[in-house]
Design a protein around this ligand. Structure first.
Ligand SMILES: [Zn+2]
Ligand SMILES: [Zn+2]
Length: 332
């Protein structure tokens, strides 16, 4: 079983939105901070405001899920037909007409592949696929928030002293930082006006170190193609806000004979991921014995940053030993 934590999901307002403009308006992003009782969640919007939202309460869903990469959802063994991303993180989009075409979310919203073609959305491995129709005939909106290029200031979860140059200093989000194979789009590099640069949490375990201080759309989404929190594959979490699902199946459920044995495939991709991490250039510095990551889960991890040198340490609790082990350090 694999687990998907609701805390850390990147969201935006959904079909039953009943709030005002505390989210910043349609298309503004936020992060699930806490799972409350009775199918409600607390969201921290990228603007710094908070709301309590219905996530299945009274049959209503006030949130759409923009991205699951920050909570570690990925599709082992998959490959984006357009950009070549391996083990696609977040939703995987699979063309109904062309069985060989899978897209990552970035390529999907940037209209790679024929926009006349209908797609399935796969929320996670082995999830029932969801038919979403043609992009050509769908509403595509701009997404505003903590995305590459946005201007920011320190936010609610800020814990890094005066790295930013002081309370009201501004900075620019440069790009996502990959911290090994378990997460994507959970950490970003900020360049502050004082010239300093460092890595901050943008959804990692529900922590958001900065707030967005601009209104410019930096990305897109097909509104009606996104899943809603509290429905379909995103219903039925436990008291800790965890959805458990069976992982490691074929990306194409009807691939049948001749497909790669899903278990082997999963194992292989895990070792491939470790190799990738070991051989990564420009920052990731794995300790000598990088062990099999099948024993660790995203929700048992934490990240810490050394204020003086800016090094980021990611720690995992190993399920077998209950011991916390540091897996790698991201150099600044
Ligand atoms: Zn892609
Ligand atoms: Zn196609």
């Amino acid at each position: 079983m694999e687990n998907l934590a609701l805390v850390g999901l990147r969201v935006l307002r959904g079909p039953d939105w009943a709030g005002g403009d505390e989210d910043g308006g349609e298309g503004h992003l936020g992060t699930v901070k806490e799972v409350l009782r009775n199918w409600h969640v607390r969201v921290l919007w990228d603007t710094g405001q908070e709301s309590i939202c219905k996530a299945g309460a009274e049959g209503k869903t006030e949130l759409r899920i923009f991205d699951t990469a920050a909570v570690g959802v990925h599709h082992s063994g998959s490959l984006c037909s357009s950009c070549g991303e391996k083990d696609i993180f977040g939703a995987l989009w699979s063309c109904v007409d062309c069985t060989t075409c899978d897209l990552c979310t970035t390529c999907y919203v940037l209209d790679e592949h024929d926009t006349d073609h209908c797609f399935y959305r796969l929320d996670f491995q082995n999830a029932p696929r969801v038919a979403v129709g043609q992009r050509k005939a769908s509403v595509r909106l701009g997404a505003v928030g903590l995305l590459p290029g946005a201007r920011v200031r320190r936010g609610k979860d800020w814990a890094w002293g005066d790295q930013d140059g002081g309370q009201d200093s501004e900075g620019t989000l440069e790009n996502y930082e990959e911290v090994g194979p378990l997460f994507k789009r959970a950490l970003m590099r900020v360049r502050w006006v004082n010239g300093g640069t460092n890595i901050y949490r943008v959804g990692f375990k529900g922590n958001v170190d900065v707030v967005c201080i601009e209104e410019e759309a930096r990305f897109f989404y097909y509104r009606d193609h996104l899943p809603c929190l509290g429905t379909g594959n995103f219903a039925g979490w436990n008291d800790e806000g965890i959805i458990s699902y069976q992982a490691a199946c074929s990306v194409h459920p009807d691939e049948g004979d001749g497909g790669i044995n899903s278990h082997d495939k999963d194992k292989r991709s895990r070792s491939a991921l470790l190799e990738t991490a070991n051989g990564a250039e420009g920052g990731t510095d794995l300790p000598a014995k990088a062990e099999d990551i099948s024993d660790v889960h995203p929700e048992d991890s934490s990240v810490a940053q050394n204020e003086d040198c800016g090094k980021m340490t990611l720690s995992f609790e190993k399920l077998s030993t209950n011991k916390t082990e540091r897996l790698w350090v991201l150099k600044n």
